[in-house]
Design a protein around this ligand. Sequence first.
Ligand code: NAD
Ligand code: UDP
Length: 315
Amino acid sequence: MHLRRRVLVTGGAGFLGSHLCERLLKRGDDVLCVDNFYTGAKDNIAHLLANPRFDLLRHDVTFPLYVEVDEIYNLACPASPVHYQYDPIQTTKTSVHGAINMLGLAKRVKAKILQASTSEIYGDPEVHPQTESYRGNVNPIGSRACYDEGKRCAETLFFDYHRQGKLRIRVARIFNTYGPRMHPNDGRVVSNFIVQALQKKPITLFGDGRQTRSFCYVDDLIDGLIRLMDAPDTITGPVNLGNPTELTIRQLAETVIELTRSSSRIVRRPLPADDPMQRCPNIALAKKALRWKPRVPLEDGLKRTIAYFRDRLAR
Ligand code: NAD
Ligand code: UDP
């Protein structure tokens, strides 16, 4: 008999979480979405509410949770620098207490558990592109530390529960991901530039725009997360998931202006503290262990994201 998987997605009403819930439901899983709506929105999952295999629970992961599940994807945590720096203490609590609570739950019900970690683990990297063996260059007392160190500590907890409690863990280090359902006020660069371009407002380039990032389209990333969860238990990660096509932030601004045919001009704003100068994943491990690689080129992904924002801003 095929047993239906009961899957918990924390942060399921957020950008990545809502896409993940949708994909899991599509393949026949039962999904419990847990979210406190800090940066997520009911709108993101409104289309799933009528599905009898979908449940929604408003809950803050910094408090314990008792539910029966087979798999846990732990995504709860604000991801945009603007939002995670708004209440930095809560951000660290969400990463650290959230990880402790979800690992405790996984241990109790013998569930497999995946952590949405981040390329921020590498800080402002001196190794380029970043491999999983690189230990990073993080400022532990800077304005990004609440997020970076919170996520680093969560990784520590995952591996200690694995070694000590024999938990089945997966750790994904996610690099910049973009796509439909990012919030227009999310504050991250792709949504900022697209919304500014569509509204014919100035494009806010931080610093000289020579800093680099590598952007992965959401569908590719979700595919990677599910492959990692489904992989044999020996594959714990950490494993980088991202698109290795690197570009400068100025190039991104110019591409968005071109694709939206916008009359917006680029204006310079100060570079935020500790803003990493370069970031690009080495995805050799994901390619080998998960047989995964991103498929959606930046221009295609941007076009789909622009279409989403055009529609959303018109509403
Ligand atoms: P998001 O802000 O859209 O989603 C985060 C979700 O977590 C939101 O729905 C929010 O309401 C919820 N949340 C926050 N604190 C919570 C708490 N205490 N209890 C319950 N729910 C809480 O961000 P996202 O881009 O979807 O990111 C999802 C995860 O992936 C995060 O853990 C993030 O760190 C990680 N990640 C994302 C990226 C990216 O580029 N999108 C890159 C690296 C890592
Ligand atoms: N950035 C920018 N203008 C914006 C928002 C961000 O130039 O309106 C820059 C930011 O300084 C960083 C890059 O874009 O160098 C990516 O920023 P984001 O907040 O999306 O994510 P990060 O990778 O820094 O966490």
